[in-house]
Design a protein around this ligand. Sequence first.
Ligand SMILES: [Zn+2]
Length: 244
Amino acid sequence: MAESALGKPDWSNVQRALVIMAHPDDPDFTCAGTVIQMARQGIEVTYMILTNGDKGNHNPEITRNQLIAMRKIEQRNAAQLCGVKQVLFMGEEDGFLRPTRSIRKRVTREIRRIRPELIICPHPDRYLVGEGYINHPDHRNAGLVALEAIFPAADNPMFYPDMADEGYLPHKISQLYVVGHEQPNVEIDITDDINQKIQAILCHTSQIANPEEAPQRWRERWGETQPDGSVRYFERFRVMRFDR
Ligand SMILES: [Zn+2]
């Protein structure tokens, strides 16, 4: 395998990680391989899904509330497969996520409660993906919601001082992992976990139109042929560190 110029992850001081995403299935597509490796090392991973996913369907037979319930079950199944213990559903309306004051406060409360050393979130500034996909606005806004809760709110006691009465004290994270960034600086080889990642994605049965053919397509799209001819799979992040 060719030696990559990108850095390797350092989770030596990480006990808890929080993954903040817009929709059920976003963690699985963007970072499930990494989460599987974290969980295997004993890191306690929590998923926070900001919207209820109620637009993710084109079948008129299924009601909005049925879809919301289905997608929770699908995400819990996928999380369990990846070794994730807790999934939080924040219930914002799918398609209309905004970095409002109320969601910032709710996310800040969870950060102060869970006290993760590491947070994974989407890149808030990614409008276009490649040449054929407009990034979903919820993905951008999930990045904004996460960042605005992390800084300046979560570790500043002047923000939401009433939370101290609930026992939720200010908390500063050590590492931020941003997915979908054009200039990643950390790369994680998930080749050994690609099967498990695909199984996690397939848990989202309401979202996958042709589960028999999709995995082959994903492998072709994500696989990177190495100079020695082998095919490997990676997840890449823009990582920021606040602990040094
Ligand atoms: Zn999404």
